[in-house]
Design a protein around this ligand. Sequence first.
Ligand code: K2U
Ligand code: ZN
Length: 174
Amino acid sequence: MSKKQIIIEPDPILRKKSFDLEKVDDELRKLMDDMLETMYAAPGIGLAAVQIGILKRLIVIDISKEENKKNPLFLVNPKIKYKSENTSLYEEGCLSLPGHFAEIERPAECHIDYIDYKGKKKSLKADGLLATCIQHEIDHLDGVLFIDYLSKLKKEMIIKKLIKHKKETSKIIL
Ligand code: K2U
Ligand code: ZN
């Protein structure tokens, strides 16, 4: 397994739509393993393939808090089939927007169809943080970031700060 570089906003690839996968094979499972290792190391509770520069509709999630009770979810070609009317508020962050957090309102419950790590068709009903995380990650597959739900002013302020962050970190000579 290997950790991958996470792409930081602003970057045009984060605004592109990802493509469905044709099949789940060992090569894809290796990519899912690498994404999971990258996510745990960040650390994060979710990661979409586009965040490591791969335009495939592929997500890994693990909202378990305990270090020794990992419970990863591998979502291939996830499709939202239902979103509840009632909503919930969570403070969201994103590994592609380091250091920025905001309260985002989303449907409190969602149902998805997807293909799992072994290539089997599955369905999942999610609420709470899992529902929020699934919607956050599927947004990534459509080129949408959580800052898109903020006011123009707040979004532009965050992007300006990220441009400065990228300039400063790109100067660090290892
Ligand atoms: O897309 C990402 O970078 C994954 C986010 C997942 C997330 C989605 C919704 C709400 C919170 C997080 C990262 O894991 S950001 C790191 C993080 C972890 C736990 C709570 C908040 C932020
Ligand atoms: Zn994100």
